[in-house]
Write a protein that binds this ligand. Sequence first.
Ligand SMILES: Cc1cc2nc3c(=O)[nH]c(=O)nc-3n(C[C@H](O)[C@H](O)[C@H](O)COP(=O)(O)O)c2cc1C
Length: 203
Amino acid sequence: MTVGVTGASGAILAQKTLALLEADARVSRIHLVVTETGQRLFAEELGITAGDLKQLATRILGKPASKIEVLANKDVGASIASGSYEVDSMMVIPCSMGTLAAIANGISDDLVARAADVMLKEARKLVLCIRDTPFNRVHLENMLRAQHAGAVIMPAIPAFYHQPKTIDELVTQYVCRVLGQIGLPQEKMYRWTGRAATKEAKA
Ligand SMILES: Cc1cc2nc3c(=O)[nH]c(=O)nc-3n(C[C@H](O)[C@H](O)[C@H](O)COP(=O)(O)O)c2cc1C
């Protein structure tokens, strides 16, 4: 699968996604593409500096990455830029309004946007974890365009009904929902059963 990371706030969402995918036995290969601003957000929010691109996955995970291949965003001739290369699904997490606009309007001038364009033309799963607030009309129209073209719009909006106590719990549950969208349901995903956890505890 492909994981695109752009310059929207939420580098921690990308970090958690990569950690869960790396640990998932069902996943054999992960192509990681990080935009220039995506790299800046890793530095701003998590203190992970760009440095050698080949080592980026290891720096993000905090341990050697065995399945993650980092591709340069400028390389629009990389494997994932072609529909003939088999990729099951792609997530852009987090997805900036700029990259959403590029995807929604077919502007494939970097590898994240081109790989997403390929997913849509090949009718493969594409999940866009868009993030900004508030949205203007252009953002909303681009979401609609991308959704009409086949993308899943999955705003980086956490849930609270699982009663998270830490940011990690909040992030993990959101990422579990994203992975569920690409056919990788997670054991640790909280599933609502019709009653709040506190009610069950008191019962
Ligand atoms: C600290 C920081 C936070 C940002 N947060 C967001 C955000 O949440 N959503 C967004 O759409 N853009 C955000 N931006 C702006 C994008 O990074 C900018 O539009 C950039 O050109 C997006 O490029 P990319 O899609 O190639 O990564 C942020 C920028 C910075 C520096």
